[in-house]
Ligand binder design. Structure first.
Ligand code: DOR
Length: 423
């Protein structure tokens, strides 16, 4: 018996190359059939005029739990995820305390199970306390359910620590996610350039990102570890990743909505909602990051959803924390940056949000393969809507897109065959 039958949608499954009008049948939480389905479903959904895609994956979400539950919890992040069309999110470990042992990984999984909304896959720290010195127990965390490792918020500064982390990660078959930023060149508030000079704010140069990336590519060549570049922000980084991929390095990369849509000029009003790390850069960088996503150099899209309390984001620019939230509007933002500009079509965009991140974490997610988990997102590509942050289910509001008019929205999010969100 078919539990859920989604009929007459444009079924796009980048992992198998499928793009045709048809049906998706779901039984017992798994994909039972894709194509023309005969037979009845217990529940039938008419998806005419809509895109039926594998569940969207966001590989970079700050859930803030434990430690800052006033900003977000695993449950509210999961609720925001399904409202944005995401069936899977990766929980970044810069929590308080940082997720650097198996108990912390089990905690994330337990809280996600309690919430019973999106899949929340824990990411563990590369080093204990994110201090960049002593290794965390990556093997134990992997066994407990971690899918990747990162010290995000900071890059791993020491080349010897990073080299050993890569050797170990290769051995256990887990990807390392790097926030590329040389610490000697950090410490600023925004992109270094003419805008920073006018505003009297200290700068963070793109070279800081590129220097760590260059070093890591060198280490990768020696170790062969799987390595993922988080929130690529500069044209130089896109060039480095493109060249490394041409040499078949196992490097993957992600871009955020803000690095695809905003430049440092947005900081002119000293609004801390535009303060983010890595910072918003020049129009040339935005163009290069878009081109990198379009040609597949950047294979994943990621929000870097980074909730912060209102009181903190109301501080003056120099004192406010870095971070932007966008889980609930990311899909429309990506469409604005990449489809409305005619750089990509929906098939390619969906690939960057499904098969791209799915391959990076090496899990059977991000496809409509028969027998696999029935995670499905139904998208109305023509739906016009306005971002209203006061309607967000996220606990935070540090989102610079309030009032933006977007086209394209998830209208249904299905996780393991269960409808978790319906517009
Ligand atoms: O803007 C950012 N916010 N960048 C980071 O690397 C960390 C994140 C956060 O945790 O707030």
């Amino acid at each position: 018996m078919i539990d859920l039958l989604i009929q007459n949608g444009r079924v796009i499954d980048p992992a198998s190359g499928l793009d045709e009008v048809g049906d998706v049948a779901i039984s017992k939480g798994k994909i039972a059939k894709v194509g023309k389905v005969r037979g009845k479903g217990r529940e039938v959904i008419d998806a005419s005029g809509k895109i039926v895609a594998p569940g969207l994956i966001d590989p970079h979400v700050h859930c803030r739990e434990p430690g800052h539950e006033e900003e977000e919890t695993i449950a509210t992040a999961a609720a925001a995820a399904v409202a944005g069309g995401f069936t899977t999110i990766l929980a970044i470990p810069n929590t308080h305390p940082p997720a650097d042992d198996e108990t912390a990984i089990q905690y994330v999984l337990q809280r996600a199970e309690d919430a019973d909304l999106a899949r929340v896959l824990p990411v563990g720290c590369i080093t204990k306390g994110r201090e960049g010195k002593e290794f965390s127990e990556m093997g134990m965390m992997l066994q407990a359910g971690a899918v990747a490792f990162t010290d995000d918020g900071d890059g791993v500064a020491s080349a010897s620590v990073m080299q050993r982390a890569m050797q170990y990660a290769r051995l256990i078959g887990a990807p390392l996610l790097q926030h590329c930023q040389d610490p000697d060149l950090a410490g600023g508030m925004m992109n270094s350039g003419a805008v920073a000079v006018r505003l009297g704010l200290s700068g963070i140069a793109a070279s800081g990102e590129q220097i760590m990336l260059r070093r890591d590519l060198e280490l990768m060549e020696r170790t062969g570890a799987g390595y993922h570049v988080m929130h690529v922000s500069s044209a130089g980084s896109v060039d480095l990743i493109r060249a490394a991929k041409a040499r078949s390095f196992p490097v993957t990369a992600e871009a955020t909505p803000h690095h695809l849509l905003l430049t440092d000029a947005a900081c002119m009003g000293y609004d801390p909602n535009y303060k983010v790390n890595p910072p918003l850069r020049s129009p040339g960088d935005v163009e290069a990051v878009r081109a990198g996503v379009a040609d597949g150099t950047i294979d994943s899209l990621a929000t870097d959803h980074a909730p912060h309390a209102k009181e903190e984001k109301e501080l003056e620019f120099a004192l406010a924390p870095f971070g932007i939230i966008s889980l609930e509007c990311a899909l429309g933002l990506y469409a604005k940056a990449l489809i409305e500009t005619e750089l990509m079509d929906w098939t390619a965009l969906i690939a960057r949000m499904t098969s791209g991140p799915g391959a990076m974490i090496g899990k059977p997610l991000g496809s409509l393969a028969v027998g696999g988990p029935a995670d499905v997102t139904i998208i109305d590509p023509d739906r016009r809507w306005t971002v209203k942050t006061d309607k967000f289910v996220s606990r935070s509001r540090n989102c610079p897109y309030d009032g933006w008019k977007l086209k394209g929205r998830a209208v249904m999010t299905i996780v393991s065959g269960q409808i978790k969100y319906q517009l």
